[in-house]
Design a protein around this ligand. Sequence first.
Ligand code: FAD
Length: 296
Amino acid sequence: MLICMLPDRPITELFAQRGTLRSLEFFPPKDEAGVEALRQTAEALRRIGPDFVSVTYGAGGSTRERTAHVSDFLRRDFGFTVMPHLTCVGHSRAELETLADRINDGGFRNVMALRGDPPKGDPSFSQAPDGLRHASELVALIRARQPGICLGVGGYPEKHPEAPSAEADLANLRRKVDAGADFVTTQLFFDNGVYFRFVDRCRAAGIAVPIVPGIMPVLALKQIQRFTSMCGASLPQKLVRRLEAAGDQPDVLEAIGIDWALSQIRGLLERGAPGYHLYILNRARSALTLAAGLAA
Ligand code: FAD
């Protein structure tokens, strides 16, 4: 039987229709067992009906094919609107154009366009031969090649670690939006004040697109200390003290993480955030518990 699937709807249309959007982020698993586990996670998450899901893009090798594979089955078998991520790392312009065509031909109408993190072991990003240096260039490339694709980009409320100043980083975000980005998803943060100050600075700099807060429900203190030290986000002392007091009890730590994320999301939506994007680390439980908490 030939199944004819309509292309996804661009996220810009979903914003216009629904006002606020809830989205979830997956990463491509390392092996087939992980892919199977991800299918089960997706099945469990179907019932909370996210507006869209995104799939990250690794720095090289088979993980990149898994992004395509996972994106395909999340769309085809689970009916999600899927936004694959794409990065400049290791790709020439010609390869990026081919990838943009392939994404469009696969029925996707949304891409998160990023420069990307360097491969493990490389101390810094280096431009591929005939490749791109900045995410703004990738936005421009996809916009020219596939104008029907809606483009998200990353934003950094506490500054990208490599940027010399918050002003320089903001000027870069403006370049990405001027090149054609339709919305911004932020790096994770744990203090809503950080997000609202960032949005104010963006608006003052003429960035008018939706800025979606990225929220990560914490699972463990060491893990979140590692993430935040890599991405430059700050960890409030109040949260650290609560996690320290929980010691080595995974269920208690997870409950604290969910409680913190729940109050962040409530506060964000009350003050007009255009939705929220959950970094769920391929786990269904925190997203399901948060959805139940928000519905209560
Ligand atoms: P850019 O916007 O290019 O910025 C990178 C740095 O260069 C910044 O310091 C910026 O200020 C500076 N810069 C940019 N343009 C200029 C210019 N013209 N002149 C001078 N300086 C400039 N990584 C992955 O590998 N895969 C993923 O799937 C992935 N998903 C992500 C999703 C989100 C929502 C976010 C926020 C991040 C994600 N990342 C991912 C991490 C991201 O790739 C890294 O943060 C990376 O270091 C920067 O990517 P970028 O797209 O923000 O780069």
